[in-house]
Design a protein around this ligand. Structure first.
Ligand code: AMP
Length: 442
């Protein structure tokens, strides 16, 4: 028998768990700073919620099972359907646009690999009620801030496309199965030339059309920088793009025009290959990848203008994205940017003899109440071992609680880097009242 975590799951031990929760707190704070408010939903749902609203890809990966009453339920694989449901409940009361974020654990029954786990965390940012292109810009700016302030600044590019443009391109190339055409594009960075050509043929493209697309991808495939996007899009339009391609071009041009005047100018690219797996995306789609292209997507998202209606709500334009914790961790680690999880304790309080134990607790508690981290011995160790432990813990200082000093209303503060000692007032163990206290007589 093994009691190990299940395949695709893991324990996060200190200090990594601390690093992860610090990052999550930072993400939440940045979302709030950008005017998003938090939404929290269940971790287990009716199976139908995801079978009906998410499309095939997710339906295949659901971590689902019958509950004890025999009802088909599933662990939550993505939060967008829950958000749509919550929005419908609130639709009449909420002034628009609604800007919501969720920070959730999610479960997908995928084949575990490096960076692909069965349990992972996602921060979702969604804007409901506003048409393109302003929500797209706001989401990308906020996501970039989150990645930057997590330590990934300079390590990634944002990639943007539009499904209606992709649809127009597909039709212009004679695609008869648009779903297959999208999947071929989506897989193209990984699939290799032969498989890509096979996928495209399966989508109905002739050998000449495949050649034309490959020529375009050779020129634009790795992404068009924001300042050049408008000219490239106009070029496609001039070739006579079938419907609904032109609407996609117009939207993308406005998005890139705005982004070109933000800090994202140098790190946002128009990328033909981005189409995304979810069925509900209607137009804009985005992903972010590390610059070296070593890892899977850091984030994914897009516009889903019909989902709220599918849930019985009013027609509501909507757009969102999700940042995953696993890839970000891998990118940060690969670049020595993974944060220190648990900072060392500031003060280690030492009871010189067991008689001073109660005061040691009092000192630690006073410091903690002031927001200063403090720890103390719980093993009944002698003085020397307590000091050793204070060093091992890399505390900045030790406060020694001894009978002689207590009689004078003081404590002994030892700087653990320099070894210097001074007396401080027992009533102010943070050291603020220390001035003028004479050093202890030897
Ligand atoms: P998605 O929800 O598929 O659009 O993906 C959004 C983010 O979640 C991306 O950063 C993905 O890398 C991440 N993600 C999706 N599935 C997994 C998984 N099974 N394990 C780890 N990260 C994932």
């Amino acid at each position: 028998m093994t009691l190990d975590p299940l395949q695709g799951f893991k324990d996060y031990l200190p200090p990594d768990a601390g690093a992860r929760s610090q990052l999550r707190s930072r993400w939440r704070a940045i979302a709030r700073r950008a005017g998003f408010t938090e939404l929290e939903s269940p971790s287990v749902e009716r199976l139908e919620l995801f079978q009906v609203k998410s499309g095939e890809e997710i339906a295949k990966e659901l971590f689902s099972f019958p509950d004890k009453g025999g009802r088909p339920v599933t662990l939550v694989a993505e939060t967008t359907p829950q958000l749509a449901r919550a929005f419908v409940e609130r639709a009449k009361a909420e002034p628009l646009p609604v800007k919501w974020f969720t920070s959730a654990r999610l479960w997908r029954y995928e084949e575990p690999q490096a960076g692909r786990t069965r349990e992972f965390g996602q921060l979702n940012l969604d804007i409901l009620g506003a048409p393109p292109p302003l929500p797209e810009v706001e989401l990308l700016l906020t996501a970039a801030r989150i990645l930057d302030e997590s330590g990934a600044e300079g390590l990634y590019d944002l990639r943007v496309n539009d499904r209606e443009l992709a649809e127009g391109l597909g039709k212009s190339l004679g695609a008869t199965d648009l779903g297959a055409f999208f999947r071929a594009l989506d897989r193209s960075p990984k699939s290799g030339r032969e498989a890509f050509e096979r996928d495209l043929a399966g989508a109905g493209l002739s050998p000449e059309a495949i050649e034309r697309l490959e020529a375009d991808l050779a020129t634009f495939g790795s992404g068009v920088p924001a300042p050049e996007a408008a000219a490239v899009l106009d070029g496609w339009l001039a070739r006579g793009l079938p419907e609904p391609g032109p609407a996609g071009v117009a939207r993308l041009k406005r998005i890139f025009e705005l982004l070109d005047r933000t800090s994202l100018r140098d790190r946002v690219l128009l990328d033909l290959r981005i189409v995304r797996g979810f069925a509900y995306y209607t137009s804009s789609v985005f992903e972010a990848f590390d610059k070296k292209g070593e890892f899977r997507a850091l984030l994914g998202g897009g516009r889903y203008d019909h989902l709220v209606e599918l849930f019985g709500g009013p027609p509501t334009p909507a757009c969102g994205l999700a940042i995953g914790d696993q890839t970000l961790e891998r990118v940060l680690r690969a670049n020595d940017a993974w944060p220190v999880g648990e900072p060392p304790v500031d003060t280690y309080v030492v009871a010189v003899t067991p008689a001073e134990q109660a005061v040691a607790f009092e000192v630690a508690e006073t410091l903690r109440a002031q927001g200063i981290s403090a720890d103390l011995d719980l093993m009944g160790r002698p003085l020397s071992r307590q000091l050793k432990e204070a060093h091992r813990r890399q505390a900045r200082r030790a406060i020694l609680v001894g009978a002689k000093e207590l009689a004078r209303g003081t404590l002994l503060e030892r700087d653990l880097t320099t070894g210097e000692q001074r007396e401080i007032l027992r009533s102010a163990p943070d050291g603020r009242g220390a001035h003028g206290v004479p050093p202890a007589p030897a």
